[in-house]
Design a protein around this ligand. Structure first.
Ligand code: AMP
Length: 280
């Protein structure tokens, strides 16, 4: 496995590589969710490239960026175990030199949910993903359903700009008790870790209610808010029952919906979602 920090070194190397390249974009602090993406990319491509870059342009707050977990040595060990051929880990000045001035905006899909609560977030995401797709020219790039809106934004960008990469979305990996794995979970105290289970409980409740025939989305959102409201450590940012393709909020359930939420547990902001198919 080769670790490359210099983008000019990578630009020299890339034309020499042949065969399908699978790219896994991450911000590091790898966990089983990332490992699942790496394993799949390893299986499906001749060359597997892990991208590790804590992207300053997708953080609304400096404090969140500053405290994002960074554990490069352990990440490299895990990348090696998953059979990565290359780890691209450029510095911020490499990705965004001083004269950097080009941005990508996916106008509508970036607006609701995460976009409404994290100013500029998806502009930062789309810009860095566009840059890494240009640099690596992957056949496939792997993303997690955990960040559902991100997958929609990236797919839209790829379609709109005529990029040739296939976007592969992999299921959310959870701990046994249901908590979605996230690099941010490392910041939770044991008590907060327990409180964080309320996110999955709220989503599973929507699933149960929907399967029992509830079709009124305001009722479903209310149920989520009730469950979250009973956890004193949880501060709700949003709950949503939306169309899984457009992210428009639904009034009644007529097909598959994306139930999603963002909740602050102590100082840690967590998101989760479930795509739910109503029965009958
Ligand atoms: P991050 O390092 O958090 O930016 O995540 C990098 C990629 O891993 C994104 O495509 C995420 O959606 C994905 N990912 C993060 N957590 C999970 C998880 N629990 N299950 C599956 N994919 C995940």
């Amino acid at each position: 496995m080769q670790v490359i920090q210099s983008l000019s070194a990578w630009k020299e190397l890339r034309p020499q590589l042949t065969g399908a390249l699978g790219l896994i974009p991450t911000m590091g602090a790898l966990h089983e969710g990332h490992l699942a993406l790496m394993r799949r990319a390893r299986e499906e491509n001749e060359i597997a490239v892990l991208w590790i870059f804590v992207n300053p342009k997708q953080f609304a707050e400096d404090a969140d960026f500053g405290s994002y977990p960074r554990v490069m040595e352990e990440d490299l060990r895990l990348a090696g175990e998953c059979g990565m051929d290359y780890v691209l880990a450029p510095g911020a000045r490499e990705v965004y030199p001083e004269d950097f001035q080009t941005y990508v905006e996916v106008e509508q899909l970036s607006q609701p949910l995460e976009g409404a609560h994290r100013a500029g977030h998806f502009r930062g995401v789309a810009t860095v993903v566009a840059k890494m797709l240009c640099l690596t020219q992957p056949q496939r790039a792997y993303f997690g359903q955990k960040d559902a809106q991100q997958t929609l934004v990236v797919k839209r960008m790829v379609e709109d700009l005529g990029m040739l990469t296939e976007i592969v979305v992999c299921p959310t990996v959870r701990d046994q008790d249901g908590l979605a794995l996230s690099s941010r979970n490392a910041r939770l105290s044991p008590r907060e870790r327990k409180a964080a289970l309320v996110l999955y409980r709220a989503l599973k409740d929507v699933e149960t209610a929907l399967r029992c025939g509830e079709r009124d989305c305001e009722v479903l959102r209310g149920r989520m808010r009730d469950i979250l409201g009973r956890e004193p450590r949880a501060e709700v940012e949003y709950v949503s029952i939306a169309d899984p393709n457009t992210l428009a909020e639904c009034a009644t359930v007529a097909g598959p919906v994306l139930a999603s939420l963002a909740v602050q547990i102590g100082d840690t902001r967590l998101i989760d979602n479930l795509q739910i198919e109503p029965r009958g």
